[in-house]
Design a protein around this ligand. Structure first.
Ligand code: 13P
Length: 245
């Protein structure tokens, strides 16, 4: 059985005062039957990790190199040293804003694993790719290029259709199921049993009102939540829906 995972990606949001969100989650989900993860901005990782027991803390990106002359970047070892346990890699916003290619994501994933972090690798099609019937081809290529060969079952994959991020739109449940079943088969074909242990998250406009129906879809092991993870009022019912799924 895969343990379910409710993950929040705060993106470039969150000041010290927002640590209260994680404290509230720690209290209301003290006996959680699912894993809970918050990926705050790097500035909050150390303080949140030091004060959280239930909620795991993760990074939103790391550099592929172990250390060195890369001004402004952060290494996987630095994230781990600050208390992070996961790192999001290859989010579509990084692929777009920073030109990250699949091979960059794979290199970062290798660095993350070497530092003891679980990589959370994102994939997802654009609207024109969806409308052009290319979704599974695009996802297949992203998985092939972004996931290194020597991974274990702690790797997490998030399916985030780009057109569903921050838009309030989500695919039909059938479309989500088709992609998640395809990802599962792709991972099992390539990795065997570890591919069956990897958790698959859906991301893109997950809200308290649609979480339960999404969590009922086959091969959906949780969610990667953006906007609705910024407040405990919104994220807490999503965690509860995952626990009930
Ligand atoms: P929203 O939940 O705000 O659509 O963001 C999804 C996302 O990009 C999470 O990584």
């Amino acid at each position: 059985m895969r343990r379910k995972l409710a993950a929040g990606n705060w993106k470039m949001n969150g000041l010290a005062a927002d640590s209260a969100v994680v404290r509230a989650l720690e209290v209301s989900h003290a006996a959680a039957s699912v894993d809970i993860l918050i990926c705050p901005p790097a500035t909050l990782i150390a303080s949140l990790a030091a004060t959280s027991e239930i909620v795991a803390i993760g990074g939103q990106d790391c550099h592929a190199a172990e250390k060195g002359a890369h001004t402004g970047d952060i290494s996987a070892a630095m994230l781990a040293d600050a208390g992070a346990r996961y790192v999001i890699l290859g989010h579509s916003e990084r692929r777009e804003d920073h030109g990250e290619r699949d091979e960059d994501v794979a290199a970062k994933a290798r660095a993350a694993m070497a530092a003891g972090l679980a990589p959370l690798i994102c994939c997802g099609e654009s609207l024109s790719q969806r409308e052009g019937g290319e979704t599974l081809d695009v996802i297949g290529a992203q998985l092939a290029g972004s996931i290194p060969d020597d991974v274990d079952g702690s790797l997490v994959v998030a399916y985030e259709p780009i057109w569903a991020i921050g838009t309030g739109k989500i695919p039909t449940l059938e479309q989500i199921g088709d992609v998640h079943d395809f990802i599962r088969k792709t991972l099992v074909d390539r990795f065997g049993p570890p591919g069956d242990a990897m958790r698959l998250l859906y991301g893109g406009s997950v809200k308290p009102g649609n979480a339960a129906e999404i969590f009922a879809v086959s091969n959906v092991d949780g969610a990667l939540v953006g906007g609705a993870s910024l407040t405990a009022e919104d994220f807490s019912p999503i965690i509860a829906a995952l626990e009930a799924a």
